[in-house]
Design a protein around this ligand. Structure first.
Ligand code: SAM
Length: 359
């Protein structure tokens, strides 16, 4: 559906101006282009072919990136470091971008009308891994079952196959892994003891709309959503996709409490269950969030031991700790008593982590 009937060109322009501001620090290409698209009626009209509710700038840029990844013969590709190693993101001539959009208008419109922004960021394992290891260590004889709600393509279910490097010099995991997780530890006192990963661990994903990596176009779309000058993220995502395809983790299509409950009921009662989500609850309505938290509390009363890890930037959690950052919070239910702890703060892509508790 064409959103142009619902929005004025000015408001679409504002959307691109807002996006330019948002990506300025990480993507020079998108910053420059977005500032110019904001004042270009033709491109704003093109972006309006995105489905209602979808962020138009992200989608338009991803559609162009997707087509360039499929076929890099157009001059525009030379400015994309994700495609050309020496691609220069410094000054993309706007006319080259316009020309590409004109030549590929039909394909871009089709992508805008059919695709959505659904990402999966493996670097978030930078904080997930130490927390999972910490939980497993407290129950050395039991199986740990990790349930990722909003798992997307399931890239974070492979956390124990990645290599980790922290800015304080600590390194863990498989040094030969193609997936290199890196993050800056803001408070260098955070010392982890993650030399060995748990042996008895099962990771299960749940998603409203699981991403099927075996469809080439789906994997390519995930890559296209990465900003082209973020080459490290691009490389990591590509490696994580390949590794995940080999391991083929279980991702169950589910979106309601009843469906989640069905999955949880299959987890043996004597296993240690940890339900977690990263950047998923912002897609829930207020009512859905309330029902979800009620369900977690109910489970905490039904099981002797339950962990619930929430990593979100939603207002309910930000307000609780008076922060603008992403909150990493662990809720532990032991013998029906609940303990809620702020473990750390982070940014959206786990470029840094500020630990508040020693694990
Ligand atoms: C932004 S992605 C985050 C993916 C992943 N957790 C990560 O951090 O990389 C949010 C995911 O939540 C899923 N999602 C949204 N609402 C959901 C629901 N009610 N139940 C299950 N998954 C849902 C979406 O389909 C999407 O894959």
């Amino acid at each position: 559906m064409n959103n142009y009937t619902h929005l004025t060109i000015n408001s679409i322009g504002d959307w691109f101006r807002f996006f330019a501001n948002e990506c300025q620090a990480s993507s020079n290409i998108y910053f420059q282009l977005s500032s110019k698209i904001a004042d270009n009626e033709k491109l704003c009209k093109l972006a309006a072919h995105a489905r209602k509710g979808q962020p138009m700038p992200n989608l338009l840029f991803a559609a162009v990136h997707y087509l360039l990844l499929q076929n890099s013969t157009h001059q525009l590709a030379q400015y994309y470091p994700s495609i050309y190693k020496n691609g220069s993101p410094k000054a993309v001539p706007f006319s080259v971008f316009q020309n590409f959009c004109e030549q590929h208008e039909t394909e871009i419109k089709h992508l805008l009308a059919t695709k959505s922004v659904q990402t999966n960021a493996p670097n978030r394992c930078a904080y997930l891994m130490p927390i999972f290891v910490h939980i497993a260590k407290q129950h050395p004889d039991k199986e740990l079952v990790l349930l990722d709600i909003g798992a997307s393509a399931g890239l974070n279910l492979q956390w124990n196959s990645y290599h980790y490097e922290y800015s304080n010099g600590q390194k863990f995991g498989d040094a030969a892994s193609g997936v290199k997780i890196k993050t800056k530890i803001r408070n260098n006192s955070a010392d982890f003891n993650c030399q060995s990963f748990p042996k008895k661990v099962t990771s299960i994903g749940i998603d409203k709309n699981p991403v099927n990596l075996y469809q080439e176009e789906t994997s390519l779309w995930l890559k296209a959503l990465i900003w082209p000058d973020e080459t490290e993220r691009f490389k990591r995502l590509s490696a994580a996709i390949e590794l995940t395809k080999k391991q083929d983790p279980e991702i169950i299509k589910a979106a309601t409490i009843d469906e989640y409950d069905y999955v949880v009921n299959m987890v043996p009662k004597n296993a240690i269950l940890c339900i977690y989500h990263t950047h998923a609850l912002y897609q829930f309505t207020s009512e859905e969030k309330a029902a979800f938290w009620q369900w977690i509390d109910k489970l905490g009363q039904q099981r002797n031991e339950l962990y619930y890890l929430a990593v979100e930037g939603i207002k309910e959690m930000r307000n609780r700790y008076e922060t603008d950052d992403i909150v990493i919070e662990l809720n532990s239910y032991r013998n029906r008593n609940k303990k809620q702890q702020l473990l750390a703060l982070t940014d959206g892509h786990a470029k840094w982590v500020d630990w508040k508790r020693v694990l």
